[in-house]
Design a protein around this ligand. Structure first.
Ligand SMILES: *Cc1c(COP(=O)(O)O)cnc(C)c1O
Length: 357
């Protein structure tokens, strides 16, 4: 199967080989060296000096961790798609006083919109999904920094699951207190680990929040890091693969990697527009890692998606209510322009075959 879905993504064969290495004891110096190398590489990738916590778990575990560690009063959740809604739902499931700032799908929260919401009450956190995978919508975070500085009691928590390592995320420059992601999107590894950087002030907050639980407790995870250990048994297969992949990313050059994704996004939009389809997100909110395309005046595409699937090529239909109205091409991770051009050729052939049938 060729995966052009917005995660999980294609894994490089060399990296798959790393996953096949024999297990090692998780209290050995070898494992500590791996743990330390992964954390150092991640700090560089994320552009942060903050503590980096790691856990063998899906990315959603770190969404829940942010809620359990940082929220005792009201929380604010910017909701502009399925994953940002999930974060609000996680807060509700944990019995928190969760408030929603609804933004139309396909748009991101503006500085003025965020300011108005934060003026209503003192929130412990605001949660934002940087790159809404359900709609291919990116929210520029840099313009929000000045707003956050005027509300110093509110911590900024950002999900970068489908943008980290695919498009620019500058954690410290942008003032992100908690920045979380997993492995199976732009990092192009099999799913299985969750990561988060946590600022010093967020760590201080966690120390004051009761009932943080055990598995996701920031303090316990940070304590393990002192010895370069995980409190629980980590997947050493993922650690080997992660360290090797971070090295591959460094060899490509992070900025080259960002540019490769931006170029693929541009080519995808040009190809879609040439068919009469339109990018779903607003101008200025179009993701570099996943393109969400709406039908517009273009041809019906549902049959082509099914035909591609029969050929072993997966492209995603729209999410939820957007099903059959939009489709999504994930051009993240290891894909290059050549792969994408081949996809367009096959997609066009499937459309033409349908016209002739
Ligand atoms: C995929 C995704 C998630 C969920 O990741 P899991 O590893 O399945 O928990 C969360 N947020 C965004 C933006 C995603 O794209």
């Amino acid at each position: 199967m060729k995966l052009f879905i917005p995660g999980p993504t294609q894994v490089h064969p060399d990296i798959l080989q790393q996953m096949a290495r024999p297990a090692i004891g998780h209290r050995t110096p070898e494992c500590a060296a791996l743990w330390g190398a992964a954390r150092a590489g991640l700090r560089k990738l994320m552009h942060t000096e903050n503590e980096v916590l790691m856990l063998t778990a899906p990315a959603s575990a770190m969404m829940e961790a942010a809620i359990r560690n940082l929220v005792s009063g009201p929380s604010l959740h910017v909701v502009n798609g399925a994953f940002s809604k999930r974060w609000r739902d996680i807060a509700l499931a944990n019995g928190k006083d969760a408030h929603t700032l609804d933004i139309p799908w396909g748009e991101g929260v503006s500085a003025a919109g965020l300011r108005a919401a934060l003026e209503e009450r003192v929130y412990d956190v605001v949660t934002i999904v940087h790159n809404e995978t359900s709609t291919g919508t990116v929210t520029p975070l840099e313009p929000l920094k000045a707003v956050m500085q005027d509300f110093p009691c509110t911590l900024l928590c950002v999900d970068t699951v489908s943008s980290m390592a695919g498009s620019p995320v500058l954690v410290d420059d942008w003032g992100i207190d908690v920045c979380l992601f997993g492995l199976q999107k732009c990092l192009a590894l099999p799913a299985g680990m969750a990561m988060a950087s946590v600022s010093a002030r967020a760590m201080e907050r966690a120390a004051e929040v009761p009932n943080r639980g055990w598995l996701l407790d920031y303090l316990q995870l940070a304590k393990g890091n002192v010895k370069e250990q995980s409190p629980t048994t980590p997947s050493t297969a993922h650690l080997y693969a992660l360290v090797a992949q971070l090295k591959r990313i460094e060899e490509e050059g992070l900025e080259n990697r960002w540019q490769r994704h931006a170029d693929m996004a541009k080519a995808t939009r040009a190809w879609a527009t040439s068919h009469g389809w339109v990018p779903f997100p607003a101008e200025g909110n179009r993701s570099d890692t996943v393109s969400c395309i709406a039908r517009g005046e273009g041809p019906e595409f549902v049959g082509a998606l099914a035909a591609l699937k029969e050929q072993g090529i997966l492209v995603s239909n729209g999410y939820g209510d957007l099903k059959n109205k939009t489709f999504r091409i994930g051009h993240m991770g290891e894909h290059n322009m050549n792969d994408l051009t081949n996809l367009f050729t096959r997609f066009d052939a499937a459309l033409n075959a349908e016209v002739q049938a």
